[in-house]
Design a protein around this ligand. Structure first.
Ligand SMILES: Nc1ncnc2c1ncn2[C@@H]1O[C@H](COP(=O)(O)OP(=O)(O)OP(=O)(O)O)[C@@H](O)[C@H]1O
Length: 418
């Protein structure tokens, strides 16, 4: 609103007039900051019979709307943590740095089962409106999501869609650069409200899955190789400092030790190997919602076809639908085939070429999958045969030993037989 401009509003049948004003100071003192002494205010005019409505509900309605608009217009941020450099070039504590978050993914463009999408959106809305509820039940206002599925099924895309849906910032937490639990806690305390904290590929981020021994062995081997080269050993020493963040450190964070610093945070773990994760890490209550991101089926394909080709139907959809039901292809691979090669998405030939390419790719994938299944079956049969032969061999050795024992007993009982 400009100064001296007046706008009319209407609320529940009540008409009112807003105007923006300012006062300039009478004394003409010198100031470094032009306009520092200026007073700005809004004037609201309405009929006195409507006073109750205006002071009762209208003003809080305006404040609420204002906050919502400010939140919508807010430039959201994508934070990531990286190892900083100390004075001597050594590794110092990791800190958050940020860039503008501008990922275009939304739930509309996310290719997945519609029912699942609706369920997730409902869960997110319930969470973000749940301030009083969380306070009432005495729980930290946070929610954990575990997104699991093969690479390219849209786990990162889902995080972006969630952030855009809720208007939250995203903190991409790289655990391997966090020195220890103390540093983890500091980083988490520095996160702001209304944010999603993501740990991608949690199975690779930490020694939470029994890989610690492997790494120790490798380190021992490297140390041995560097024994004769102290300079390279010194320079690598800093670089190689492993994260000492522990499972219990991470569990404490999820359980809300840091909840004293406020709420409204969503924690997301993504993994390609859910079976590798420690059950303590992903039990319900910590990771409240487990979402499987799966291969592209027909319903998800239709979303991609709309996104990439701007079509809702096509005579080739039937064939594609059948192939997708029989073949496991990730949405990322399907999307790759649907990328137009020119910028003319009205070009019917181009659309058809894309769909035909996809059909070819699906047929190839189907053939490869069936070859692989045959090969797996052959290897399995071979293995079973080998195990059977070994068991038989073992059994025959056992029988020989028993026979020897019987013969020895007979010799003992009956004397030496010549
Ligand atoms: N479900 C999906 N809906 C829409 N686009 C998708 C989907 N899955 C994958 N894509 C497309 O494929 C690309 C890769 O997907 P994304 O990085 O989200 O997969 P991911 O499961 O996180 O993979 P990774 O496990 O390798 O990190 C995305 O940029 C997006 O264009």
């Amino acid at each position: 609103m400009d100064y001296n401009e007046e706008i009319t509003d209407e609320f529940n049948g009540v008409k009112l007039w807003w105007s923006a004003n300012r006062t300039t100071p009478r004394t003409q003192q010198f100031s470094f900051y032009p306009g520092a002494d200026e007073k700005r205010f809004y004037t609201l005019k309405f009929h006195k019979r409507d006073r109750q409505v205006i002071t009762g509900i209208y003003l809080s309605h305006v404040l609420k709307q204002g906050k919502a608009i400010a939140a919508d217009n807010r430039q959201r941020k994508l934070y990531s943590n990286g190892a900083g450099q100390g004075w001597l070039g050594n590794r110092s504590s990791t800190t958050w740095t940020h860039v503008a978050f501008e990922h275009p993914a939304t739930f509309d463009t996310l290719a997945m089962d519609e029912k699942k999408k609706r369920e997730i959106k409902k869960d997110l809305v319930t969470f973000s409106n749940g301030k009083e509820y969380y306070a009432k039940i005495g729980k930290a206002w946070k929610r954990g999501y575990l997104l699991y599925g093969p690479p390219g099924t849209g786990k990162s895309t889902m995080v972006a869609a969630m952030a855009n849906f809720l208007n939250y910032d995203v903190y991409d937490l790289e655990l391997t650069t966090v020195k220890n639990n103390v540093e983890l806690r500091r980083l988490l305390i520095e996160t702001s409200n209304k944010s999603i904290i993501v740990i991608e590929d949690i199975d690779c981020s930490l020694d939470l899955t029994g890989q610690r021994e492997e790494k120790k062995k490798k380190k021992k081997k490297d140390d041995k190789n560097e024994e004769g080269d102290p300079i390279s050993a010194m320079s690598k020493n800093e670089e190689r400092k492993e994260s000492e963040v522990t499972l219990s450190g991470l569990l404490n964070f999820i359980d809300g030790i840091w909840s004293a610093c406020g709420g409204e945070r969503i924690i997301v773990f993504t993994t390609n190997h859910v079976e590798k994760l420690d059950p303590a890490l992903i039990r319900r209550g910590r990771m409240d919602k487990h979402v499987e991101m799966s291969y592209c089926r027909f319903e998800a394909f239709k979303v991609l076809a709309k996104n990439y080709l701007d079509i809702d139907s096509h005579p080739l959809f039937g064939e594609i639908g059948n192939l997708l039901e029989e073949t496991d292809m990730t949405p990322a691979d399907v999307a790759e085939n649907l990328m137009l090669k020119s910028d003319d998405d009205d070009d019917d030939d181009e659309v058809e070429t894309c769909l035909k390419n996809l059909i070819e790719a699906l047929k190839t994938a189907k053939e490869e999958a069936s070859k692989k299944a045959e090969e797996d079956a052959r290897l399995k049969a071979e293995k079973e045969q080998k195990e059977k032969e070994e068991a038989e061999k073992e059994q025959s050795v056992k029988e020989d030993v028993t026979q020897d024992a019987i013969s020895a007993k007979e010799v003992k009982d009956n004397g030496v037989i010549h």
